[in-house]
Design a protein around this ligand. Structure first.
Ligand SMILES: Nc1ncnc2c1ncn2[C@@H]1O[C@H](COP(=O)(O)OP(=O)(O)OP(=O)(O)O)[C@@H](O)[C@H]1O
Ligand SMILES: [Mg+2]
Length: 200
């Protein structure tokens, strides 16, 4: 694959002082929700973003579904397309982060290799991987969008947890059992982590 010298232009053009100001005043974080469909990524992503904004903390929510209607409309669900979906999401998160915005990202992002590549775009403490641990049977029961039903009837061929793997994170910063806790309890745990690692 072609090697990209990603920073050559911007690095030369961004004044050191500007960069320092952004980074010392508040190093933006990226909260990256990963988990099966129906595990709660969008629910928690929206709630977390709303709460941050209400506290006047700059935040933007990137959601898999909305990216797939625009930037990623050309991608499907093959291994290669899922890789590209997550890669683009990571690049957008990086741009937003460089602008000083905290990013909340909700993507199934089923492959460990793809998540690691995104993590590597950021400084070690910037990237907060949040694994929403929810048993497949519960996600199937929730079936918020009717996708599990469709997958079961063969209407969706490439579905995470059914016909494609989900590789559980081994070193996520936060693990939330969304089957055991309600969204508010989950949010509390996330804020506890953010408050002890960032100045909100
Ligand atoms: N602790 C919790 N956190 C988040 N959602 C929860 C929790 N407990 C129950 N739920 C419910 O689970 C469902 C999660 O749906 P949601 O659309 O957020 O999943 P998702 O992970 O974004 O799925 P997809 O990958 O298909 O977009 C919602 O109906 C939500 O109310
Ligand atoms: Mg969602």
């Amino acid at each position: 694959m072609k090697q990209i010298n990603r920073c050559a232009m911007p690095e030369r053009l961004v004044k050191k002082s500007q960069k320092l100001k952004i980074l010392t005043v508040n190093t933006p974080f990226v909260v990256w929700f990963t988990g099966l469909s129906g595990s709660g990524k969008s629910t928690l992503g929206v709630k977390l973003t709303d709460e941050l904004l209400s506290q006047e903390v700059p935040a933007y929510h990137l959601d898999g579904d909305s990216l797939r209607t625009g930037l990623n409309y050309d991608l499907g669900f093959s291994r290669e397309d899922r890789r590209e979906n997550v890669r683009r999401a990571g690049e957008v998160a990086k741009i937003l982060s460089d602008s000083g915005t905290n990013v909340i990202a909700s993507f199934i992002s089923p492959y460990a290799e793809d998540r690691l590549k995104v993590r590597k775009l950021f400084k070690p403490k910037q990237f907060v991987e949040v694994y929403l641990n929810c048993p497949l049977e519960i996600c199937q029961k929730r079936d918020v969008k009717g996708l599990y039903r469709a997958a079961k009837h063969g209407k969706i061929k490439e579905f995470t947890g059914i016909s494609q793997p989900y590789e559980k994170p081994k070193h996520a910063e936060i693990v939330l059992d969304t089957n055991q806790m309600n969204p508010d309890q989950c949010l509390k745990k996330i804020f506890a982590y953010l408050n002890s690692n960032y100045r909100l």
